[in-house]
Ligand binder design. Structure first.
Ligand code: 7TS
Length: 422
């Protein structure tokens, strides 16, 4: 008996999945609520995901029972909270397949992870005439930090183009690599198009040119199995709130040797070994990059989220979501006047589209009245919109608690939008 069935319907989705989506939905209290009197159909998961009871309870439990600052107390409670915080680091290390927990830095989110690398590694290693290479499908947070760096250093930002499907043109990417390339920064999955990039190939190419590679995994970590050692990236980042964890917390993975060689990003408590007015020496990894009191409850909640998705298994999640995305894409693209933006062969999670003659904001508003939450806009990827000649798209983005019935509701909702504007 489910309170979180949302849109009523059969077990079509469950039949194609090794796990039971209806059972999973029961773990997410919010999925049972109504919006405008209609069952919530939450399809804005690329913006943020909903939280399972395990995460809500972990955060609540911390504040109810275990709250103390970490790494500094001699008292029992502080040891306890430090233990919970460091357990989460080990959970993330295993989740990413990293060699060492010292390679896991807790940050505010993907955005801060990228800024940390730009400001610490970048300012030390990028000089006048050097180049930073990104792709044309990056989120603004993987564009602007590199622009700031290049401006400061007199370096040049190069951009690898994408084709009409929204796939990176790998040969062009290769041509833009040279001995001047210091850093390559690419997303693993595009938030606006859903494209999955062939990151292992790109990394191998970049390494041959002598560049280090940061992979922005904000839209990948929740949807695909990630192994940073197999991929051989130098840096990988993601946000807690997009992987069913709390907001205000995220992860930067970096190879230990690189992190060891990097100057501090921010100064403050916990990142030092000793301080005098003459000289400060810095702490070991990972603490050197975690100045000040971190988001302790957030980190513990993220650990719970990692545990939750790991129990379900990213392989199962990926397979289920791929089937669901294919199903939704077919249903939506069958509607006359609908154009899907982003038709890469490898996609994850995201269905961006435009409806002829209807602004995405209007479409989004009418869908909202039916309880369907999507995002309309440029998705913080304005260059992608420009590439496809649209000011904005409507974007439905999926999680493993979404169902085929919800995809059907989206398609019906779009028909209603067309009816209203006819
Ligand atoms: N990189 C990608 C690929 C993203 O999709 C996002 C957020 C970020 C970085 C930044 O993440 P943050 O948690 O630090 O803000 N993307 C979106 C989105 O698509 N809709 O809202 C936020």
């Amino acid at each position: 008996m489910s309170v979180n069935r949302g849109v009523a319907g059969g077990a079509g989705a469950a039949l194609t999945s090794p796990f039971n989506v209806w059972k999973i939905r029961e773990d997410f209290p919010i999925l049972g609520r109504k919006v405008h009197g209609k069952p919530l159909v939450y399809l804005d998961n690329a913006a943020t995901t909903q939280k399972p009871r395990a995460v809500i309870d972990a955060v609540s439990q911390f504040y109810s029972n275990d709250c103390a600052n970490i790494h500094r107390g001699v008292h029992w409670l502080s040891e306890r909270s430090t233990g919970l915080y460091e357990d989460a680091r080990v959970a993330v290390q295993r989740f990413l397949g990293a060699a060492d927990a010292r390679e896991i830095i807790f940050v505010r989110g993907a955005t801060e992870g990228i800024n940390l690398v730009a400001q610490s590694y970048g300012r030390r290693h990028v000089g006048a005439g050097d180049e930073v290479l990104i792709s044309a499908m990056e989120h603004h947070s993987n564009i602007v930090p590199w622009q700031l760096l290049c401006e400061e250093k007199g370096a040049r930002l190069r951009v690898a183009p994408i084709d009409d499907r929204g796939e990176l043109i790998v040969s062009e990417f290769g041509k833009l690599l040279s001995s001047r390339t210091r850093i390559v920064a690419v997303n693993h999955v595009s938030n606006a198009l859903g494209t999955v990039n062939p990151v292992a190939d790109l990394i191998a190419m970049a390494h041959s040119a002598g560049a280090v590679v940061l992979v922005d995994g904000a839209q990948a970590a929740p949807h695909l199995p990630v192994n940073v050692r197999e991929m051989d990236c130098d840096f990988y980042c993601f946000s807690g709130h997009k992987i069913y964890g709390p907001s205000g917390v995220g992860v930067l993975y970096g190879k230990a040797a690189l992190l060891e060689s990097m100057p501090p990003y921010q100064g403050g408590g916990d990142m030092i070994r000793s301080v005098t007015f003459e000289k400060t020496t810095f702490n070991d990894l990972p603490y050197r990059f975690e100045a000040g009191t971190p988001n302790i409850a957030g980190v513990i909640g993220l650990g719970a989220a990692i545990g939750y998705v790991s129990r379900t298994g990213l392989e199962h999640i990926a397979a289920y979501e791929r089937d669901l995305l294919d199903y939704a894409t077919q249903a939506v693209s069958a509607i006359p006047g609908v154009r899907v933006i982003g038709t890469a062969r490898e996609k994850a999670g995201v269905l961006s589209f435009v409806v002829d003659g209807i602004h995405p904001h209007d479409a989004g508003t009418i869908l909202d009245r039916q309880g369907i939450a999507i995002r309309a806009g440029h998705h913080c990827a304005q260059p992608v919109m420009e590439r496809f000649g649209v000011p904005a798209t409507s974007r439905a983005s999926f999680a493993f608690y979404n169902t085929r019935e919800e995809a059907d509701a989206l398609a019906r909702g779009i028909l209603k939008v067309k009816e209203i504007f006819a």
